[in-house]
Design a protein around this ligand. Structure first.
Ligand SMILES: [Zn+2]
Ligand SMILES: [Zn+2]
Length: 379
């Protein structure tokens, strides 16, 4: 029984109780609810309902988990209050005894040297956004994609977002605890946030949909194969007849027409299948959670040729993980980085790749819109 399923049940119980639902804990890991009609409607459940939070469900229970759309349903219950929430997690902050090793373990910088120049306790703000992704094809698939950033340095949170979310759900909102931070990283501008989300989200959606697409591709190929085999048999028979009747002219002409009709019909069937399996994906922002918490801030000096640059990476005490330096162009979740010559931007190798037009390599963080040499636009 995982910690997060327990805490999600506690969170749900508190929230539902607050909304006037009669809540009773049942085993294994479930809740039985008697909900006022309006609440039941928002949650899309009957007024008398059972929810299950672990692999094993109570009899007749609906499954609730971080991967399901239940976070969003609870969000609807909170209405405007729930769309953007802020939670402070004043967790204990251990010392980071061997920062060099932690950095070495996490940072994969392929064309520059670096050294740790300092470690100090600090506070940061994480922004975790939930997006509802619905894919329509021959089947429909619903899901939640989570995208998170550390506002201090733009690092993406893929490796720790589930731990952060579970802890945030588990913790009662702290409003006036002592020892709260004096200084926090500032907000990003709307334009900054928008462009980073626009670059980061497609990759996460692709990864999220990959199993669905694989299944769809398999079904499409199976159907195409069937249609092909069927028409191939017809064609083979027709060709055999053609060979047999090679002397009789009327028979031959008829058989040729039949062959043409078979080819036409095959083309139409393939087009039907392509239509049936065409994919449409809807993405809608659903909620944003801001998590404020203490971190160990590691300062790193990066050197490439004559240039140098200082960056900071935060070590998170809940996930016990250090930020991966963000790709300052794509905000990808892959971890290899190159430093650019001019400004020592850190990016993924793809964001320093040769231009498709003139083959000159250039930094997309320096030149986000077009190649500086041939002016070819980034597609
Ligand atoms: Zn170019
Ligand atoms: Zn650059």
């Amino acid at each position: 029984m995982s910690q997060s399923s327990n805490s999600l049940r506690d969170f749900a119980a508190r929230l539902l109780d607050y909304e006037g639902v009669l809540v009773e804990r049942i085993e294994p890991q479930g809740l039985e609810l008697l909900a006022p009609a309006p609440v039941a409607k928002v949650l899309q459940i009957p007024e008398l309902a059972r929810l299950g939070f672990a692999a094993e469900l109570p009899a007749g229970a609906e499954r609730v988990g971080l991967e399901s759309d239940w976070l969003e349903r609870f969000g609807h219950l909170l209405g405007e209050r729930g769309q953007t929430a802020r939670v402070t997690l004043p967790v204990a902050l251990p010392q980071l005894s061997n920062a060099e090793r932690v950095v070495e373990h996490t940072v994969n910088l392929q064309n520059a040297v670096y050294r740790v120049v300092g470690v100090a306790p600090a506070w940061t703000r994480y922004l975790v956004m939930l997006f509802r992704v619905t894919a329509f094809s021959d089947e429909k698939r619903d899901g939640i994609v989570k995208l998170g950033f550390n506002l201090a340095n733009g690092s993406v949170l893929d490796a720790m977002v589930d731990e952060l979310l579970s802890s945030a759900i588990e913790t009662e909102g702290v409003k006036d605890a002592t020892g709260l931070p004096v200084s926090l990283p500032p907000d990003w501008t709307q334009a900054q946030l928008k462009s980073r989300v626009a670059r980061a989200l497609p990759e996460r959606i692709d990864a999220h949909l990959a199993p669905f697409l694989t299944g769809m591709q398999r079904r499409l190929e199976r159907d195409l194969r069937r249609v092909h085999d069927y028409f191939n048999d017809l064609r083979t028979e027709s060709l055999l007849r053609l060979r047999k009747h090679s002397a009789a002219e009327t028979e031959t002409a008829r058989e040729r027409l039949r062959l043409e009709a078979i080819a036409r019909e095959y083309g139409a069937k393939v087009a039907d299948l392509q239509q049936k399996y065409a994919l449409r994906v809807d993405v809608a922002w659903s909620q944003t959670l801001e998590i404020v918490m203490p971190v160990q801030r590691v300062e790193i000096l990066i050197r490439r040729r004559k240039g140098e640059r200082r960056i900071t990476l935060d070590w998170n005490p809940l996930a016990r993980k250090l930020d991966v330096p963000p790709c300052e162009h794509s905000y990808t979740q892959s971890t290899a980085r190159l430093a650019c010559d001019d400004r020592l931007h850190l990016t993924s190798p793809a964001a320093q790749a040769p231009c498709a037009g003139c083959a000159k390599a250039y930094c997309r963080a320096c030149h986000p819109l077009q190649c500086p040499k041939c002016r070819r636009k980034e597609g």
